[in-house]
Design a protein around this ligand. Structure first.
Ligand code: ATP
Ligand code: MG
Length: 565
């Protein structure tokens, strides 16, 4: 490729609507261009990266025995009604109508389509197992589309769905997919960790997320992991053994006390001279438009996904001060579950179970009740966020936390879709049974972004060689110098002949500009043909570590091959 012909324009500045470094760099280096919020054109350089990632995925999926299909992007509401998700999917699902008024949606995922696909094709246990995958566009009207390709509204996903006649066979395939995923990401130059996760809207019980762990990235997930036994889980799923704390507040009797200006746990703890873990705090939420009060130990925080699971909700937000006044007839900061409006559902976190003689709000401005004890221990559920340093639930070593970007996930769906959609096969004994299913996703565009989050520096992207758009850029310093230009062209042609993907920066620009662009775009290798060609030498530079050596043009091919193997 000639740089002068490449459809690209690098920018001097970062775009001002970008937060994530991958987003900033992809825009500035000319890989993507925004059409509207969360939706981007993939320019030629990007398209090459995505093709490489897709090809790696194809090769490994095919090797695992899965078969590629391509399902429609616009789907009829009827199949979503059958699965029960039309009513519950929420605003992420972009709905539309055709000219006859039939309701449809843009594909956020394909469980419904693939499950209905089996009808008339898969009918006997003898045809199982089957694993079907596709690489395709998805649309989700994400609540916070941001971070460029990390979380777009329109993005590319590889999704696979498997069908089985037994749980054991699903377990086997789940393992195969887990290994396949690790290999796919490794081949993309990314180390991943499979962490236990919540299954969310997709449903099912067993699921793992494949995370690229990065401390710096604006990854959206906190991952808790144990350095000793390898336990790791998304914060929405992680559990811990709490460190020993005094759960007795030490009050000898129950009393309503005047606690002015103590709206926060810290203020209240200081005022009463107790520890936050002797306060049972009230967190007021609105889940799917209904009021929910969460009671949780004062030193712990609410984990939103756990709460949604506990109340089988879809969307939650914290109640506003105004809503608090409306539901409790009380100022924020003094709430509790005592004598409240029956409409409010109360959830007790597991941490409330062992508390004694503790403090709660009095549902009256400036008052709390101290020395409270449950008459009957309420039913509790885990809705709290694990904290770094709490103990591993498996081996009790301290847990650590890091940021992670979820690049893929695997789920055991069981019969969650096949049952309501009546997708059945005939078993050995002649009976009809719903398929036992698994599903497996990879965010193709997110993999590219995650690679940049992981591999970049102040000058730009540092692509892993496996997914770089081109391996080498050849830069003649002065294009009007005949020897320099001829040598550069000669190298360009020879590299191409050897199957090495190369860009020749033939632009009549200052060398500094070309070097900057080369670094920004992130090609793994740069060959510079400058003045030293008069002594028979060119410069060979490795983007990753800045290593630079002078070599003869004749040695360039081997040197590149050696690096790229
Ligand atoms: P997340 O929790 O990040 O929203 P998800 O649980 O919705 O992900 P799935 O529906 O299982 O994800 O999709 C499979 C894969 O698709 C994810 O692992 C992720 O890599 C990718 N993905 C999901 N949503 C997006 C998005 N908005 N933009 C880019 N990639 C995405
Ligand atoms: Mg999502």
């Amino acid at each position: 490729m000639l740089m002068s012909k490449l459809f690209v324009q690098t920018l001097r500045e970062f775009p001002n609507d970008a937060e994530a470094i991958s987003h900033k760099l992809l825009v500035r280096a000319g890989y993507i261009k925004k059409l509207m919020t969360g939706s981007y054109t993939y320019l030629p350089l990007m398209q090459r990266v995505l093709t490489k990632i897709s090809n790696i995925i194809r090769e490994e999926m095919n090797a695992s025995g899965a078969q590629e299909v391509l399902m429609p992007f616009v789907q009829p509401a009827s199949i979503w009604e059958k699965s029960g998700r039309w009513a519950v999917y929420g605003k992420e699902l972009a709905r539309l109508k055709d000219r006859s008024g039939n309701e449809m949606c843009l594909a956020p995922t394909h469980e419904e389509v693939v499950t209905s696909l089996t009808e008339g094709i898969l009918s006997s246990y003898r045809q199982l197992p089957v694993n079907l995958y596709q690489i395709q566009t998805k649309f989700r009207d994400e609540i916070r589309p941001r971070f460029g390709l990390l979380r777009g509204r329109e993005f590319t996903m590889k999704d696979a769905y498997s069908f089985h006649s037994s749980q054991e066979d699903l377990d086997r395939e789940y393992e195969v997919m887990s290994k396949t995923y690790t290999k796919i990401f490794e081949r993309c130059g990314l180390e991943t960790r499979a962490v236990q996760s919540d299954s969310g809207a997709i449903g099912g019980k067993v699921s793992h997320e494949f995370m690229v762990l990065t401390d710096t990235a604006v990854g959206e997930n906190d991952v808790f992991y144990c350095g000793k036994c390898g336990y790791s889980a998304n914060s929405n799923h992680a559990i811990s053994i709490l460190n020993e704390t005094e759960t007795d507040g030490g009050f000898s009797s129950q009393e309503k006390v005047y606690t002015p200006d103590t709206r926060t746990i810290e203020q209240l703890a200081e005022f009463l001279n107790i520890k936050p873990n002797n306060i049972l705090k009230s967190v007021f939420c609105i889940v799917d438009d209904k009021p929910v009060l969460v009671m949780i130990r004062g030193d712990k925080e609410l984990e939103e996904t756990k709460l949604l699971n506990a109340v089988q909700g879809l969307e939650m937000r914290y109640g506003t001060d105004e809503e608090i006044r409306q539901y409790f007839n009380c100022e924020p900061g003094f709430l509790s579950f005592l004598n409240i409006n029956k409409e409010i559902k109360v959830i007790y976190d597991d941490t409330s179970k062992t508390m004694k003689n503790f403090v709660i709000g009095a549902n009256e401005k400036d008052y709390h009740i101290v020395g409270y004890n449950f008459k009957e221990t309420p039913e509790t559920v885990d809705v709290s966020l694990v904290k770094e340093g709490e103990k591993c639930p498996v081996c009790k070593a301290p847990l650590h936390v890091t940021r992670g970007i979820e690049v893929g996930n695997i789920f055991q769906l069981g019969t969650k879709y096949s049952k309501p959609m009546n997708a059945c096969y005939t078993d050995e004994d002649g009976s009809l049974k719903p398929f036992i299913m698994g599903c497996y996703g990879i965010g193709v565009t997110r993999v590219a972004a995650a690679a940049i989050e992981k591999y970049h520096d102040d000058f730009g992207i540092i692509w892993p060689k496996e997914i770089a758009p081109y391996h080498v850029v050849v830069v003649p310093v002065n294009v009007s110098d005949e020897l320099q230009m001829n040598t550069a062209k000669d190298l360009y042609e020879k590299l191409q002949k050897e199957g090495i993907e190369v860009v020749l920066d033939d632009r009549d620009e200052r060398a500094g500009v070309k070097f900057k662009d080369a670094d920004l775009m992130g090609f793994p290798l740069r060959i510079t043909v400058g003045k030293t060609i008069n002594e028979g030498l060119v410069e060979f530079k490795v983007r990753k570590n800045g290593e630079m050596i002078k070599i003869a043009p004749d040695d360039v091919i081997n040197k590149c091959k050696e690096y790229l193997k």
